[in-house]
Design a protein around this ligand. Structure first.
Ligand SMILES: [Zn+2]
Ligand SMILES: [Zn+2]
Length: 725
C-alpha cells in the first residue's frame, strides 16, 4: 500500500498519513484533497512511503489528486521545512501559509492565457489627430499599436494608467485582443543612466559571483542603489534568469513596479503583496511558478514564491523591521532569503543606507561582502546639512520652535517644499483634565487613547477601541480638557495657522486610509501642488521629491533612552532616511532636528553622515551588554485574561527551561512593553545563547515541555530572533 504523508493547515507538528488508491499517482509537492475530521481539506504531499505507524483501519484514502497547477518544487519544500524547524512552527501551517489562498481551497485554478493587443479594422483607419489632446495615454497606446502587437507587460510599461485607458479603447471597438501565446520575448533595456565608478564596481562584483554569496550594498541615500539593481537585473534577464526583489512596504511597490517596467518594457514583471486581490495574487504566483514572470517584486511573503529560474535575490532596505512577520510563522524574510540563496547557489544583495547591525557585523567580519556607495549619484545632489535645535530649555506648547518656523517661512519664500516629520498620528497622544489630572486611558489596554480632533474621537492605537471626546471630565465633570503633546493633526493645524497662504498636506495612516489616496497625494507632491508636508514614517521611505529642500524632525528624543535596546538603531535609520529626502535635486538640502540632547552621539553621527562610527558605537555597547548580534535569542510570549494564570504558565515554562540545564541564559518572567492589550495581560520570557546551534538545541528540548503544560486560557508563542518585546 502506498502512503502519502500530507501537510495540513492544523496546529500540530506532524504530517498526516493517507493511502493512495491503486490507480492514483502523486508526486511530492502536489496538492491533494483529503478527509480531515468531518471536512475535506487541501494538503500538500511532503513524502511518499510504503509503511506507516498507524493501524491500517485508521488510515483514510486520498480523495483526489489536484492537477490544476504543477507541484511545488523540491527546493521550496526544503525551504519551508527549514522554516518550520528553525522558527518552531507546525510544518503543515508553514507549508500551507506559503500558498495563495485560492490554492488552499479545492476549486481548480489555472493560469489565464496571456493576452496580446492589436488595432481593430476601425482602429487602423482612425485619425489620431481627431482625438482630444488631453487623452494623452490613449493616444500613446494607439500610436504604439500602429506598428506593433503589444503584450500586457508592454502596455503597463507605457503608463501606470495604461491598463485603464486600454479598457476604454477596447470598449470603443478600436483595439482587439488575441489569446494566442504572444511569443514575443524580444528583450530590451533602457540604458538611460551612466553608472558611476562606485556603482559599476558594485555591479561587477555581484556579476562575478560564482554561486551563493551575500553582498551588503551599503549606499548613502541618493547614491543610486536602484540603478545598481537595474543593471544587475539586466545581466540576469539577458541570461534568461528570474530575479526576486523584496521590498519592505506595499506603498513602495507601485512606483518601483512602474520604474522597472519602464526600464525593461518587454519583460514580464509581477508584484506579490497583500494589497492584491486574491485572483491577481494567484495569477502572479502562477506566472512566477511557470517561469514566465522574470522579475518578481514583492513584500516579505514573496520570499516563498516558486521560481524555477531564480538567479538573483535582492532585498532592498534590508534593515526594515517589516521584513519580520509578527504573528503565525514569525519569520524574517531577509534571513529566509539568505537561506534560500544559499540553497539555490545564487548571489543575494542586501541593500540599505543604514544596514541592520546584524548585517553590518556580518559584513565587517567577512561573512558578507561589503559594497559601498559613498557618493550621491547625481553630481549636483549633495548630502543635506544637518543641524540640531536645542529645545531643552524651551517651552513649546505647540511643538514647533521659532527657529523651525523661520526656516519653514524662508523655504516657502524660495518656493521650495519642506517636510515636517513626526512619528505620531492623531492630534495629541493624550487628553488631560486640568482640574483633577484625569488622563484618557484606554479601558482595555495599558496605553492612552489618542485624541483625533477631525472627527472628535479618542482612539486607542493598540486595540482599536474608540469613543467620542467627552464634554466634561469623566471623573470630576470639569469642562476644561486639554490635549497634551503633539501629533500630525496638531502640527498640520499649527502650520496652517502660521502660514495661511501655504498648501499643507498631511500624510499618515489616517489621511491615506482609502485605496489610491496615497498615490494621488504623491502625484500632488510631484506636481508641486504642496508646500509643506506633515507626516509619519510613510514619508521617510524611498521617495524622491525634487523640490524638497527642508526636513524638520520633531520629538525624536523618546527613542534615545528607551528600554528597547534596538530603539536607537531604528531611530538612526529612520532619521537618516527622512533626512535623505532633502536636497535630492540640484538644490542643497537642510535638516533641522529639535532635540533636548543635541550632543548625543546619535545626532553627532547624523550631522556627520557617519553611519560607520555610529554602528561601531552601537556594536561596542551591544557586545558589552551581551545583546544581538553577539548572542541569539528566543522570546516566549504568553497572554491571557487572568494575570495569575499567565504568570503561572510562564513560571512553569521557566523552571522547565532551567531544569534542562543547557548552555543558555534564562532571564526572568517580565511584562511585555505593552503589558495589557485588549484586556489581555501580556508577559514574556527571554532566553539567549552565544551560538545559534545551542539555542536551537535548547528550544527543541523545551518546546515539547511547553506543549505539555496546561494552558487552557492562554495564548503562547515562540519568537526566534525577536525584534519586538
Ligand atoms: Zn477631572
Ligand atoms: Zn486599547
Amino acid at each position: 500500500m502506498q502512503i502519502a504523508r500530507v501537510a495540513l493547515d492544523v496546529p500540530l507538528a506532524t504530517l498526516f498519513d493517507y493511502f493512495l488508491a491503486e490507480n492514483m499517482t502523486v508526486v511530492e509537492g502536489q496538492r491533494v484533497l483529503v478527509p480531515f475530521g468531518r471536512k475535506q481539506v487541501v494538503g500538500i504531499v511532503l513524502a511518499l512511503s510504503d509503511t506507516t505507524e498507524l493501524a491500517p483501519e485508521r488510515i483514510k484514502a486520498v480523495e483526489q489528486v489536484l492537477e490544476d497547477v504543477p507541484p511545488l518544487p523540491a527546493e521550496l519544500l526544503k525551504l519551508l521545512k527549514f522554516c518550520s524547524d528553525y522558527y518552531h512552527h507546525p510544518v503543515g501551517m508553514t507549508v500551507l501559509s506559503a500558498l495563495p489562498t485560492r490554492l488552499r481551497g479545492c476549486q481548480p485554478v489555472s493560469l489565464k492565457q496571456v493576452l496580446s493587443y492589436h488595432l481593430s479594422l476601425n482602429g487602423q483607419v482612425l485619425d489620431l489627430t481627431s482625438l482630444p489632446k488631453r487623452k494623452a495615454v490613449q493616444l500613446r497606446l494607439l500610436t504604439a499599436l500602429q506598428n506593433n502587437v503589444l503584450s500586457t507587460a508592454q502596455v503597463r510599461a507605457i503608463s501606470p494608467t495604461a491598463p485603464a485607458a486600454l479598457k476604454l479603447l477596447i470598449e470603443a471597438g478600436w483595439v482587439e485582443t488575441t489569446a494566442e501565446h504572444a511569443k514575443q520575448q524580444k528583450f530590451s533595456f533602457n540604458e538611460a543612466h551612466q553608472l558611476t565608478q562606485e556603482q559599476q564596481t558594485a555591479v561587477d562584483a555581484v556579476n562575478q559571483a560564482l554561486g551563493y554569496q551575500t553582498f551588503l550594498l551599503h549606499g548613502i541615500t541618493g547614491s543610486g542603489k536602484t540603478e545598481v539593481y537595474v543593471h544587475l537585473l539586466h545581466q540576469v534577464l539577458q541570461r534568461g534568469g528570474q530575479v526576486l526583489l523584496l521590498v519592505p512596504e506595499i506603498n513602495l511597490t507601485p512606483q518601483l513596479e512602474y520604474y522597472f517596467r519602464s526600464r525593461f518594457p518587454d519583460t514580464e514583471l509581477v508584484s506579490l503583496h497583500s494589497g492584491l486581490s486574491e485572483g491577481e495574487r494567484t495569477q502572479n504566483w502562477l506566472l512566477a511558478q511557470a517561469g514566465q514572470a522574470r522579475i518578481i517584486l514583492g513584500t516579505r511573503l514573496a520570499v516563498f514564491t516558486p521560481l524555477p529560474e531564480l538567479a538573483l535575490i535582492i532585498v532592498d532596505e534590508e534593515h526594515d523591521a517589516s521584513f519580520k512577520q509578527q504573528d503565525g510563522l514569525r519569520y524574517s524574510a531577509r534571513d529566509v532569503a539568505i537561506f534560500r540563496a544559499n540553497g539555490r547557489g545564487v548571489p543575494i544583495v542586501l541593500g540599505s543606507a543604514t544596514p541592520s547591525l546584524e548585517s553590518y557585523y556580518n559584513a565587517r567580519s567577512g561573512r558578507y561582502t561589503l559594497l559601498k556607495l559613498g557618493q550621491r549619484a547625481s553630481a549636483l545632489a549633495q548630502l543635506p546639512s544637518v543641524r540640531c535645535i536645542n529645545i531643552s530649555n524651551a517651552l513649546l506648547p505647540e511643538g514647533i520652535s521659532k527657529e523651525l518656523l523661520t526656516a519653514l517661512g524662508e523655504c516657502l519664500l524660495r518656493g521650495e517644499q519642506s517636510l515636517v516629520f513626526i512619528n505620531r498620528r492623531g492630534y495629541a497622544p493624550v487628553l488631560m483634565c486640568t482640574a483633577c489630572g484625569w488622563l484618557s486611558d484606554c479601558p482595555h489596554c495599558a496605553g492612552k487613547m489618542v485624541l483625533h480632533l477631525n472627527d472628535r474621537r479618542l482612539r486607542c492605537h493598540h486595540c482599536g477601541y474608540q469613543t467620542r471626546v467627552p464634554y466634561g471630565c469623566p471623573t470630576c465633570g470639569n469642562a476644561d480638557l486639554q490635549p497634551v503633546g503633539i501629533g500630525t493633526q496638531r502640527i498640520e493645524t499649527v502650520l496652517q495657522t502660521h502660514f495661511p497662504e501655504a498648501r499643507v498636506l498631511r500624510v499618515d495612516r489616517d489621511s491615506t486610509r482609502n485605496k489610491g489616496t496615497w498615490n494621488a497625494m504623491r502625484q500632488q507632491i510631484q506636481d508641486e501642488a504642496v508646500d509643506i508636508l506633515v507626516g509619519t514614517q510613510m514619508l521617510a521611505k524611498g521617495h524622491d521629491f525634487h523640490n524638497l529642500t527642508l526636513v524638520c524632525v520633531l520629538n525624536p528624543d523618546n527613542a534615545l533612552y528607551s528600554a528597547d535596546f534596538r530603539a536607537s538603531e531604528k531611530l538612526f535609520a529612520q532619521l537618516a532616511q527622512v533626512a535623505g529626502r532633502a536636497g535630492r535635486g540640484d538644490k542643497p538640502g537642510e535638516v533641522l532636528v529639535q532635540t533636548s540632547f543635541p550632543d548625543h552621539p546619535l545626532f553627532r553621527a547624523l550631522r556627520e553622515h557617519d553611519y560607520d562610527s555610529w554602528a561601531a558605537t552601537l556594536l561596542t555597547e551591544r557586545e558589552q551588554a551581551g545583546f544581538p548580534p553577539f548572542v541569539f535569542q528566543v522570546l516566549l510570549r504568553a497572554e491571557g485574561k487572568q494575570e495569575e494564570e499567565v504568570y503561572n504558565f510562564m513560571q512553569q515554562a521557566r523552571s522547565h527551561a532551567a531544569d534542562l540545564a543547557m548552555q543558555v541564559e534564562i532571564y526572568g518572567v517580565v511584562p511585555a512593553a505593552m503589558p495589557r492589550r485588549a484586556n489581555h495581560i501580556r508577559v514574556h520570557l527571554l532566553v539567549q545563547s552565544d551560538t545559534r546551534k545551542n539555542l536551537q538545541q535548547f528550544v527543541r528540548s523545551w518546546r515539547p515541555q511547553l506543549e505539555a503544560l496546561p494552558a487552557r486560557n492562554i495564548r503562547w508563542s515562540l519568537d526566534i530572533d525577536p525584534l519586538e518585546f
